[in-house]
Design a protein around this ligand. Structure first.
Ligand code: HEC
Length: 181
């Protein structure tokens, strides 16, 4: 009688050496890394990701206390403008200048939309003793008022036009300009 050969099925007979590809349940080609090793690697990667993310958030200056998003550079121009007392001539002047063509030609701190590039930036104009490229001397706010009422009278041929201000408007605009130190 011929006994069929058993392959790897009992403890009584010596297991045949596995050759690979012998059948569905032949696991001779094992994974290179053990399942436990893979599990530890996965958990390790997760912890590393969370750690790096937490560090990136804490290292971002935008999350510092007391600071809205945005860099100090973006916020600085707003900070230049003086705080004007409501109802004062300077506050009225700020409102008047915002409605005049000045804003199309000049960048003016504290006046929303005043981003003109044709004339000089008016930041710090109150501290200037010479304006219009040195052609006009400013000894008092009254000189500044004469200038904005009629620039060509002080500097013939200047590119700044007379925009037709009333005396009262000019007085208040100058009161505002005097806050731009
Ligand atoms: C069409 C453009 C234009 C308009 C509108 C205009 N300006 Fe000017 N402004 C200029 C130019 C250009 C200069 C420089 C003039 C020069 O050097 O001859 C100037 C110069 C000045 C200066 C002197 C600044 C400096 O440091 O030299 C002041 C102050 C000023 N403008 C205020 C005003 C005010 C206030 C208004 C509105 C009532 C106004 N400007 C409207 C173009 C303009």
């Amino acid at each position: 009688m011929i006994t069929p050969r058993r392959i790897n099925q009992g403890t009584t007979s010596r297991p045949e050496p596995l050759t690979g590809g012998a059948g569905l349940y032949d696991h001779s080609a094992r994974d290179a890394v053990s399942p436990t090793g893979v599990r530890f690697a996965g958990i390790g990667a997760l912890i590393l990701t969370v750690g790096v993310a937490a560090w990136l958030v804490s290292a971002n200056p935008a999350f510092e206390n007391g600071k809205a998003g945005g860099t100090p550079n973006q916020l600085a121009p707003v900070a230049q403008a003086a705080v004007l007392e409501p109802g004062s001539p300077a506050a009225e002047g700020a409102q008047i200048i915002a409605t005049k063509p000045c804003v199309g030609c000049h960048t003016i701190p504290g006046i929303p939309g005043a981003t003109g590039q044709v004339g000089p930036n008016l930041a710090g104009v109150a501290g200037r003793t010479k304006i219009a490229a040195g052609a006009v001397t400013i000894n008092s706010p009254d000189d500044l008022k004469k200038w904005i009422l009629n620039p060509a009278a002080l500097k013939p041929g200047t590119a700044m036009p007379n925009v037709g201000l009333t005396d009262d408007e000019a007085t208040k605009i100058v009161a505002f300009l005097e806050t731009l130190k």
